[in-house]
Design a protein around this ligand. Structure first.
Ligand code: SAT
Ligand code: MN
Length: 588
């Protein structure tokens, strides 16, 4: 036995001694194994089979109602020094954290099966990919990990070859919010999660490994682990350019990753190729460009709002072999959520008779888990070992006011500031108030595994001789007019904005230079076929100088909250914008 497998076996033995399972099952990822697990879960009531005719091989899982979203206040980064986790993370000293959570794990798997889940984040043969092993007592987690990662024998073989893997220990415990922690030990490449069965808390390959632990590794190894979708845009000449875009959870990453071009664009030959919808690992190639892989193999997407109108590709892939979590069901046992134009829910997400007075049928953070290969726009380059080259990076938030539809950063440093200054209204993806504006740099606030000040410096470090970095943009699809309605149609029409970006990358589109960045003139955007009034377009592309002066002041205070760790280059860049805004006001 190799030393790696010996180390893995020792760890499994140690965990079994602590947690006292009745049985241990090593997952091989086979179809037979998946069928057996499904049967077991159906028997136990963990899964409910959905309509076999309309939704073959689809299942519904109902979470404990107190366990339906990420819990940021119980999510800890346990570095030896508190400062290394930074003010952006909840922190506990490693020894104390281990003691606290191991006390919860003690004996917690009695009467249960311990599953050993080897997985690979990224194409199985890619040098950018990284492996991990999750130990869990939840067959629902195993079933989800099988869809979301390359799970099983091939991953185990790579671990045996390779040397390192991330250790993730998970138990649903008692699903008691008072006995719940999601802890990260970046120095030990390990994760311990107790008391939740929900996606981001329990599928440890996803946010815990591919973002929090990976961002930490990426910093020391010179790459980037980001909360970004990856989409390929093919123009009528047949050239495909790849865009990586960061938006906070539940702000439309899945929709953008799978968008259907507007009718006119479709006829002209535009196509969209989906590489990923949530996580992007980027590394500089020998050619100086950033090359990206999607470490995941599936989508864990928000169901409500997904329809043939908003995201036909997503709807098409959800017709078979999908796990639905916390959606409603119709009388004929089809999954149902708010935003679907057809069907009537009879049961809500908790399995109660649906009563609109008690709220929506589907939980606002209800989800589907589905293999990426089921997406009609699945990119044939998703499995490329070297990844895909990134031409543009897009940051975006959900902002009702102030922030224009799109602007381009002047250069990399400005772009990093734009990312660092991102803010967005909160959503149902995490517990807590919804709709409150908070700073969420690069959409990584809940996921950056180390001090944001150091993270900003790491981003800046990519600007070095020979680098051919992507252009950076900021978008806001969520601007509202005085009437409270969205100004921009969004969804497929967002391609019009991506088209301008790619023309900027090619040097073929115009822009107006403003203190906050370069904005398209109305004429630079292809708005043909849209029922937009000229005033709406003006409003979408307007720079409100006084509003931005306030914003840039707040950004200064925000950078100050990282003290000496906030890079001086970002302070200088911010000052430059503040001065330019002041100049604008004086000349106005
Ligand atoms: O629940 S997850 O963390 O997996 C999804 C998300 O919030 O982005
Ligand atoms: Mn996400």
């Amino acid at each position: 036995m190799t030393s790696q497998l010996a180390a893995l076996n020792r760890w499994v033995d140690d965990v079994a001694r602590l947690t006292q399972p009745d049985r241990i099952h090593w997952c091989d990822g086979s179809d037979a194994e998946a069928r057996e697990l499904n049967d077991l879960m159906v028997e136990r009531g963990d899964l409910i089979a959905l309509n076999e005719t309309t939704h073959p091989n689809c299942y519904l899982h109902r979470s404990n109602p107190s366990d339906v979203a990420r819990v940021e206040h119980l999510t800890l980064v346990c570095t030896p020094e508190r400062e290394d986790a930074g003010p952006n993370n909840h922190w506990m000293a490693p020894a104390e954290a281990h003691a606290k959570i191991d006390a919860l794990f003690a004996g917690c798997m009695r009467g249960r099966t311990l599953y050993v889940v080897p997985y690979c984040m990224g194409p199985i043969d890619s040098p950018i990919s990284r492996c991990g092993v999750e130990i869990t007592d939840s067959p629902y987690v195993v079933a989800n990990m099988r869809i979301m990662t390359r799970m099983g024998a091939a991953a185990l073989a790579r671990i045996e070859r390779e040397g390192t893997f991330v250790k993730g220990l998970h138990s649903i415990g008692e699903l008691d919010p008072e006995r719940r922690f999601i802890m990260h030990f970046p120095q030990e490449l390990s994760i311990k999660s107790y008391g939740s069965g929900y996606g981001g808390n329990a599928l440890l390959g996803k946010k815990c490994h591919a973002l929090r632990i990976a961002s930490h590794q990426a910093r020391s190894e010179g790459w980037l682990a980001e909360h970004m979708l990856i989409v390929g845009i093919e123009n009528p000449q047949g050239e495909t350019h790849y865009v990586a875009a960061a938006f906070p959870s539940a702000c439309g990453k899945t929709n953008l990753a799978m968008l259907i071009p507007p009718e006119g664009h479709r006829q002209a030959g535009w196509k969209v190729w989906t590489v990923g919808d949530d996580i992007c690992w980027m590394t500089p190639g020998a050619d100086g460009r950033l090359w990206a892989i999607n470490p995941e193999a599936g989508f864990f997407g928000v169901a409500p709002g997904t329809s043939a109108k908003t995201n036909p590709n997503a709807l098409a892939m959800l017709g078979h072999d999908t796990i639905f979590t916390n959606v409603g069901v119709t009388a004929d046992n089809q999954p149902w959520w708010e935003g679907l134009p057809e069907g009537t829910p009879v049961k809500d997400w908790q399995g109660r008779d649906f009563d609109p007075a008690r709220g929506p049928a589907a939980h606002p953070n209800s989800r589907f888990t589905v293999s990426a290969k089921q997406c009609p726009s699945y990119s044939p380059h998703t499995e490329d070992a070297r990844g895909v080259p990134i031409s543009a990076i897009v940051f975006g938030g959900r902002r009702e006011s102030l922030v224009p539809l799109v602007f381009e950063a002047r250069d990399w440093t400005h772009g990093v500031l734009v990312g660092a200054a991102m803010a967005s209204e909160t959503t149902a993806a995490a517990t807590g108030a919804v709709g409150v504006v908070r700073r969420d740099p690069m959409a990584m606030k809940p996921f950056c595994g180390y001090n944001y000040g150091d993270y900003f410096a790491h981003w800046l470090s990519f600007d070095r001789p020979g680098a051919k970095l992507p252009k950076i943009f900021h978008v806001n699809w969520f601007r509202k007019g005085a009437d409270g309605k969205f100004l921009w149609p969004g969804f497929g029409d967002n391609l019009r904005v991506l088209e301008w970006m790619l023309q900027r990358v090619a040097g073929s589109a115009g822009a107006e230079e403003t203190p906050i960045g370069n904005l398209p003139h109305a004429a630079d955007l292809d708005l043909a076929g849209l029922a937009l009034q000229p005033q709406q377009v003006d409003e979408l592309l307007r720079v409100d100088v006084e509003g931005w002066q306030r914003e840039i002041g707040e950004i200064g205070a925000y950078l100050d909250s990282y003290g000496a760790r906030a890079p001086a280059a970002l302070h200088r860049e911010r000052q430059r914008i503040a001065d330019a805004l002041e100049g604008c006001r004086e000349t106005a």
